[in-house]
Design a protein around this ligand. Sequence first.
Ligand SMILES: Cc1cc2nc3c(=O)[nH]c(=O)nc-3n(C[C@H](O)[C@H](O)[C@H](O)COP(=O)(O)OP(=O)(O)OC[C@H]3O[C@@H](n4cnc5c(N)ncnc54)[C@H](O)[C@@H]3O)c2cc1C
Ligand code: FES
Ligand code: FES
Length: 507
Amino acid sequence: MIEFFLNGQPQRVAVTPDTSVLELLRGPLGQCGTKEGCASGDCGACTVAIAHPQDGHPQDGHPQDGHPKGAPRALAYRTANACITPAHQLQGAHLITVEGLARGDALHPAQASMVACHGSQCGFCTPGIVMSLFALHEQQRKTPDAALDPHRLEASLDGNLCRCTGYRPIRDAALSMGDRADVRPPWADDPALEKQIRALTRQPAEADDDSSTPGYQTPATLAELIATMQRHPEAPLVAGATDLWLDVTQRLERFDTLIDLRQVRELRQIEEEANGWWIGAAVTYREWEPLLAEHYPAFAHLLTRLGSDQIRNRATVGGNIANASPIGDTPPVLLTLDARLRLAGPEGIRELPLESFFLDYKKTALEPGECVAAIYLPQPRADHELRVWKLSKRREDDISTLLGAFRWRLRDGVLADVRVAFGGMAATPLRLQAVEAALEGQAPGEDAFEIAKQALRDSLTPMSDARGSREYRLTAAVNLLERWRLTLARADSNVPTPEVALDAYAH
Ligand SMILES: Cc1cc2nc3c(=O)[nH]c(=O)nc-3n(C[C@H](O)[C@H](O)[C@H](O)COP(=O)(O)OP(=O)(O)OC[C@H]3O[C@@H](n4cnc5c(N)ncnc54)[C@H](O)[C@@H]3O)c2cc1C
Ligand code: FES
Ligand code: FES
């Protein structure tokens, strides 16, 4: 049994571990405004907005963001793909769907703008687009005098596809929301309702929290998590579910039991140390982004190309590492940053370099009963540089064909501390030590890079698949080395590094 609010109304419903938010809405709750298109998180037709009061707590975010410790934040409504969001994760949340925006006949600005700008034709994508615009409008209301940042606008819509109108009228709708009457949804700005939402616990109401029976298990601490994993050794772990749920919708798997990581306190926090940060495995990209933007802008820039807003709001770095996909975006970057992992299991905690974690295709160093607890991100040295280039068929919301990450510093005109890693080139994300050795201690000229390119050709036999042939991948990887060389040459001649311009054709 879970308890949550739907468009301001209290709900108490029974769900199984494999019920999605979309199934719950369109089935038992009879709310069919939210559509199903792809059922895989790609099209955005099922977009809803979810606020979890606890997610606003400083422990869940960047500890340096200046928010007074312990003070409750305003509820933040974040978009999610209802098709791949487990329904039990609604416990304690406020769920907003397209049915909940208009006040009587008065349309919400997101809806009024779509009508006025002719942003809808067949209408199938429209509820999802309206929900993404709603979330954008909520953010804009916090800074009403600021012009809408074009990057924010694009990010807000990067998880929504429309086959009919084209995107210009939808973009126009986004740009003109601020000019319309600020009709507030009936449930908004109601302190009594907000108090009721905050009073809900994050733990399910009854029965399902009997930890010996199947169902969704929601441990609150790392010790409880390890004990739950021992009681249910076959049960999958779930964090954002943006990978795992494709097993349900695409491979039609069913789960008797799921172990949810999103409430495990130790996995949800970012711990700062003298020389770096331990990022809890269940920290989402949205929560991690401010820290990366401050210390690793090139890494933060990559996040704008990882999935969509809906995905980034829910997906976790722990899920990206633990699923050990050869085309996961964060592992190659983390390899160049000498990241380490903290693994937790029945024998206690152990640490190992990320490089030792990936053993073979989808095989990791996790022992039975172990999970990834946290990822250590060292603080950058002031003179370290990082570049990350992702090549994918589509710019928005697409998995990498390949991704190259490069870290270095220049010491007396020669390259030092060189790290080179690639995703999409082998069965696992890979650090290329032969390429690093070819460049370490060398001036970054054509000669050194020719040797490095040959080392790359000699050390890799990439796979061929629907995203790219072996030949394409090898050529593109060599070309990324050339791009890096040109970046260094331009930096040397004081021409600003053309990161954004280069990225414009990196897809
Ligand atoms: C539309 C779409 C676009 C995407 N785009 C990208 C992209 O551009 N780049 C990219 O890299 N990925 C992308 N992904 C994949 C996915 O979003 C990421 O891999 C994400 O980081 C997974 O995190 P999660 O929390 O959702 O993992 P989940 O789905 O919850 O879990 C993934 C797997 O890891 C296991 N697991 C999770 N956490 C732990 C842990 N702490 N310890 C041990 N095991 C654990 C789970 O059991 C499961 O097997 C995309 C997915 C979708 C649906
Ligand atoms: S139905 Fe396409 S993203 Fe959910
Ligand atoms: S209006 Fe038809 S898909 Fe967008």
